[in-house]
Design a protein. Structure first.
Length: 238
């Protein structure tokens, strides 16, 4: 793949955590991470638990700062280095370019599931009615019962909350989508729905980076699997 067509480029990215409750001990997580992702491509981060897969996604999204390296994201105004950007620039990229589905739904008291998803769907130029229609379609596809749409999802089951979470991520229609174990708490039927949604986004040219617990899902949707264990810090790998 030509770097000039990449939506995301990671170069020499490293991350260390400082354990303040353990005498400021430093824990190296990943070192020299390097890969790129083009539009229409799904790259899966593979490797054992604890190798830093979620940390890489959080650095791309700007939740974690990097110790070293570049994370270049192609936004509306060209490439932006997330690793060196100010918080305001990161927030602007999230609004225009970066979609994210975590393992957990941040519930909002007294706000209905439909309104939470519709808020994600309502971008500039999108009417509230269209956003709510899109939200309803996604909730229906993800088998969230319509009787629950007008209720706050705080009381939903874990699987129902995760499906609302997935609907929020896919409602936003961003050109880059980061997926952190979105199918972990889903049954086979709903995993298949998520696979369909991912493949639709790939056909639309969206660049996707994901972490998936289920081997069948990984093999079905991945164009490439990046082994994060290859980026283990030297002292860990030795």
């Amino acid at each position: 793949m030509s770097i000039s067509h990449a939506m995301i480029i990671l170069r020499d990215v490293s991350k260390t955590f400082t354990m303040h409750l353990r005498g400021a001990a430093r824990l190296a997580v990943v070192e020299n991470v390097a890969f790129s992702v083009a539009g229409g491509e799904c790259v899966v981060l593979g490797g054992p638990s604890g190798t830093g897969k979620s940390s890489i996604l959080k650095m791309i999204y700007g939740n974690y700062r990097t110790d070293r390296g570049e994370i270049l994201v192609r936004g509306p105004e060209g490439q932006v280095d997330i690793a060196s950007s100010e918080p305001r620039a990161v927030l602007a990229l999230r609004a225009s370019t970066l979609g994210y589905v975590s393992q957990f739904l941040r519930t909002i008291p007294r706000v209905s599931a439909l309104d939470i998803v519709a808020t994600s769907a309502q971008s500039k130029g999108t009417s509230r009615a269209h956003a709510r229609e899109r939200a309803g379609n996604l909730l229906q596809r993800l088998n969230v019962p319509e009787r629950l749409w007008h209720l706050p999802p705080a009381t939903f089951s874990g699987g129902e909350q995760q499906r609302v979470n997935i609907a929020c991520g896919f409602a936003a229609s961003r050109p880059i989508l980061l997926l952190d174990e979105p199918t972990a708490s889903l049954d086979a039927a709903n995993r298949a729905v998520v696979v369909d949604l991912i493949n639709e986004r790939k056909r639309a040219g969206v660049a996707i980076i994901g972490i998936f617990h289920d081997e069948d899902v990984r093999q079905t949707i991945s164009d490439r699997i990046v082994d994060v264990a290859a980026f283990a810090p030297r002292e860990v790998a030795a």
